[in-house]
Design a protein around this ligand. Structure first.
Ligand code: DGJ
Length: 332
């Protein structure tokens, strides 16, 4: 009997039609391109982060290369693990609300959720209108009914009639909301509590006489830590921190968070994010690595801080991840 021919090679198993490739990250790599769920570099520069339920919302300046020249954009992203961010939408995409003039700047957007009014209130640093360059020194407020809705411009103003440049946000453990703002004429920066509806800056909690911008705050293990950068425009410099038992102060002297010659590893402070897990609490340094000529390519430097007993140290950047349940950070 003839030996039956061997069966032909089995056809390769054809995979079902591939869906849109998704990016899945298992670490944060400081200074690298940070792809969102679409594979595009995240556009949330000079940003602010709030947590609602288990979800983090990251708002920031969207400097995409294909943005319209006269418009300014704020993008919103969400994540539950701080590594993988889903682009929600541009919650601001508009021409200047300040008349006259086309040029304007919208920087460092910060969103606060007001549980009483159930509104989302955004503060930004705004420049332009009849004032050339950075002469206006104001904040602008925007409002939305939903976290990632179209934020509507309300007004621009100087908080408590004080010049305001870089802004930062801080929510204390009791839920009270603060705006941090830098003011050149008084040579320092303010920590100021928002009004009940968050639509205004109600009162100065503390003035810190220190010429620092990019102000950020965290309350950790019974101490407040404030962080800021010197004023060198977009160029990095050695960022410094101080501590206080109460927000009102008195504040300690300012100290370096990293070896001064490292210039904060090429970054500028934007925010301090506290992640409370069931094993530990980690505090993350959220910084921007600006590229003024190619802003869309500006990078982020996020690193877990070594913090406690009045000391705060930014270690040399390297890839890391965080377990959102335990709060424990691991380095790769
Ligand atoms: C430094 C600030 O921190 C940035 O937000 C931006 O305003 C640049 N200066 C502009 O030079």
């Amino acid at each position: 009997m003839p030996v039956p021919a061997l069966p032909p090679t089995l056809p390769a198993i054809v995979a079902p039609a591939a869906t849109q490739p998704t990016t899945h990250l298992s670490q944060i790599t400081p200074g690298a391109i940070w792809p969102d769920d679409r594979g595009k570099h995240i556009q949330a520069h000079g940003g602010g982060i709030i947590k609602l339920g288990d979800t983090y919302y990251w708002f920031g300046e969207d400097r995409s290369q294909d943005n319209e020249k006269d418009k300014r954009y704020v993008a919103c992203y969400t994540s539950t693990d701080l590594m993988n961010w889903t682009f929600r939408r541009q919650v601001i995409a508009q021409g200047t609300p300040l008349e006259p003039g086309k040029w304007w700047a919208l920087e460092r957007p910060k969103v606060f959720y007001n549980a009483k009014t159930r509104k989302y209130v955004m503060y930004v640093h705004i420049e332009g209108g009849d004032k050339k360059g950075y002469a206006r020194g104001e904040v602008a407020t925007y409002i939305s009914d939903t976290v990632d809705g179209d934020y509507q411009f309300i007004r621009s103003f100087r908080p408590l009639n004080l010049e305001s440049r870089d802004i930062g946000q801080f929510i204390d453990d009791d839920g009270s909301a603060y705006l941090i703002f830098e003011s050149r004429p008084t040579k320092g920066f303010y920590i100021a509590q928002l009004s009940e509806d968050y639509l205004d800056v109600a009162k100065i909690t503390c003035f810190i006489e220190s010429r620092l911008e990019g102000g950020a705050l965290v309350h950790y293990d019974g101490l407040y830590y404030v962080l800021g950068s010197h004023m060198t425009g977009w160029d990095p410099n050695p960022n410094m921190y101080a501590t206080a038992l109460k927000l009102e102060g008195p504040w300690s002297e300012f100290k370096d968070i990293a070896p001064p010659k490292a210039k904060t590893f090429g970054s500028q402070s934007t925010m301090l994010l506290k992640v409370v897990g069931n094993k530990t609490t980690s505090v993350l340094y959220i910084g921007d690595m600006w590229k003024p000529k190619t802003q869309w390519d500006s990078r982020y430097l996020w690193m877990p801080l070594e913090i406690g007993q009045g000391k705060m140290r930014l270690p040399e950047p390297r890839p890391w991840s965080i377990d959102m349940t335990t709060g424990v950070v691991s380095f790769k």
